[in-house]
Design a protein around this ligand. Structure first.
Ligand SMILES: [Zn+2]
Ligand SMILES: [Zn+2]
Length: 287
């Protein structure tokens, strides 16, 4: 690899002030334009950000900027959208641990930006712009440890959300017909909100054998495991309708036997739980 600007290697972890020095950009925001170096630095924060950027194979579906309300194709979203023709070079950093910026390299748009729907900072659903990008010189990918660490952080955060908030954040089949858990390395990056909502809906009870969770974890939470009724490895979707909380025994059973009757029970249970939740959240409707 030729050593040109910037003198960073893929996978190198640096601090925010080094990003500012190297690229001559601001130290804030997910998209940082520098006129000095004619670059756009974009940051994909796997720990803190509310935006759900998603790797699909080698393509990162990167959500543009604008924390509240509908996003537009203005400012840096425009810079990125036009990066094939405006001469601006785009560089990607990913955050897997707080304050540590992992350099992934120069990126390029592989397809036209498209619109999606995600929640904004106030929890309202709005329109976002999503940019499919790819690392140009792809020779580095994050370790399983890095990925798992950032997933754990998100899961911890998800615990403090209410059912209504989780429902807004969790993927649902009608809004995400093709939502798949993304495989990065050998780790499925699963939606932490879907998982947490499945625990909240189960309320400490295994949804197959209807027994209480066998024990409580260190934080006093009933220990259950979340299971994809249609398995992820067979293309099952990572949406709340397909995810259910089980005790470890039943979870093993589902993976070893996967009895049709059980599958059927879990599917109808999942539907009941979700219907119940919708009713609780809109008590006046359907009465
Ligand atoms: Zn069970
Ligand atoms: Zn499972």
């Amino acid at each position: 690899m030729t050593k040109t600007f910037p003198s960073l290697t893929q996978g190198e972890i640096i601090k925010n002030d080094q990003i500012m020095k190297t690229f001559g950009c601001s130290g804030q925001g997910g998209m940082r334009r520098s006129l000095d170096t004619n670059t756009l630095v974009i940051v994909s924060n796997n720990v803190k950000s509310l935006y759900t950027n998603r790797w699909d194979g080698n393509t990162l579906h990167y959500t543009g900027m604008g924390a509240i309300g509908d996003q537009t194709l203005g400012t840096q979203n425009k810079t990125l959208a036009e990066s094939h023709t405006n001469g601006v070079r785009v560089y990607l950093f990913e955050v897997f641990k707080e304050r540590e910026y992992t350099f992934r390299g120069e990126v390029t748009l592989v397809d036209k930006p498209y619109k999606g729907r995600q929640n904004d900072n106030d929890g309202n659903e709005r329109e976002v712009w999503i940019f499919p990008i790819k690392v140009i010189d792809h020779e580095w990918s994050p370790s399983e440890d890095l990925i798992k660490n950032s997933m754990k952080k998100k899961e911890e955060k998800a615990r403090s959300f209410s059912e209504a908030e989780l429902l807004g954040l969790a993927g649902q089949a009608h809004s995400n017909p093709s939502k798949r858990a993304v495989m990065d390395k050998n780790v499925y990056v699963r939606d932490p909100y879907v998982k947490e909502l499945s625990f909240k809906l189960a309320a400490g009870i295994c949804q197959l054998c209807d027994s209480n969770a066998p024990f409580h974890d260190g934080k006093g939470k009933p220990f259950l495991e979340s299971h994809h009724i249609d398995w992820l490895s067979l293309g099952g979707a990572d949406v709340i309708e397909n995810v259910i909380a089980l005790c470890p025994n039943c979870h093993r059973k589902m993976h070893i036997v996967d009895n049709e009757k059980d599958v059927h029970k879990l599917k109808s249970r999942s539907k009941d739980l979700l219907d119940g939740l919708q009713r609780r959240l809109s008590p006046k409707k359907n009465r």
